[in-house]
Write a protein that binds this ligand. Structure first.
Ligand SMILES: [Zn+2]
Ligand SMILES: [Zn+2]
Length: 266
């Protein structure tokens, strides 16, 4: 892949990723990526963040560390600074560090329906307790609010709710089309093609190919993320990701600098 970028990379600070930032960066250089962005989990409210996100007092060190690495590797690769932020657990929103002008982008992600962390392997049984169509419609309602909040640059793992292979029985095409419309009203939002889904039970990209086709038809910009929690996961299956979006018609993806979106030709 000629101009590959990986905008979804974690660090040890979140408590469930391994390896040093240098190891992630070297892996990206080895894989000839053009740009990478660190987007570690921004602090969740106290009581929820243990082993999931960094602490509020760690955000400054995080930003400084990535800024330092950006300088260090300046002539080898472009390094961006971002956060992955839980929505609607908005405790973090409005926090000063999220409006920091050193940041290049914010990824908005939904990992919780109420207090149910539905994407955590320990909580899979929660899918048995409720109607699957209701779960999907609650999930997409949150994604819709996330997009309309205007707060985020990238929608993270768009259809994460399918992670363990639970599929909606109803047809959500109309819902996805409405979301696409709402995304394109804000010229600064892209949806992430997240390759982590291939490593999970569902065994496919987030979002699914049929959603990618809807997005192409409706002019939704895309960007790429591996959701790496280990250095070797950087750029994971990006050839497959590129092939899939090209098949749908895409010839460019989006990068961000200081929260401004720009095109990168594939
Ligand atoms: Zn994580
Ligand atoms: Zn996530």
């Amino acid at each position: 892949m000629r101009n590959a970028i990986d905008y979804h990379i974690h660090t040890k600070l979140c408590g469930h990723a391994s390896g040093t930032t240098d190891e992630y960066i070297r892996e990206a250089i080895n894989k000839k990526l053009k740009e990478i962005g660190f987007s570690d989990h921004a602090p969740l409210p106290e009581g929820l963040r243990e082993g999931i996100t960094m602490l509020p007092e760690e955000t400054e060190n995080y930003i400084k560390l990535i800024e330092q690495k950006r300088k260090e590797y300046n002539n080898q690769i472009d390094i961006k600074i971002g956060f992955e932020i839980d929505f609607p657990l908005t405790d973090a929103l409005g926090r000063k560090y999220l409006n920091d002008n050193r940041l290049d982008y914010l990824i908005g992600s939904c990992h919780f329906l109420g207090d149910w962390a539905f994407d955590h392997p320990d909580n899979v049984s929660g899918f048995k307790n409720r109607d699957i169509n209701e779960i999907y419609s609650d999930y997409y309602k949150i994604i819709s609010d996330l997009v309309q909040s205007g707060y985020f640059n990238i929608v993270g793992h768009f259809d994460l709710v399918k992670k363990f292979g639970h599929r909606a029985k109803a047809d959500f095409t109309k819902t996805v089309e409405n979301l696409a419309l709402s995304i394109t009203r804000n010229k600064n939002i892209a949806v992430e093609i997240n390759t982590a889904g291939i490593r999970k039970p569902v065994n496919e990209l987030y979002p699914s190919e049929n959603i990618i086709e809807i997005f192409y038809r409706m002019n939704v910009p895309l960007t790429f993320g591996s959701d790496a929690h280990k250095p070797e996961e950087v750029g994971y299956m990006f050839d497959k990701a590129e092939e899939t979006i090209k098949k749908a018609g895409y010839r460019k993806i989006s990068g961000y600098s200081k929260k401004q979106r720009y095109d990168i030709l594939l």
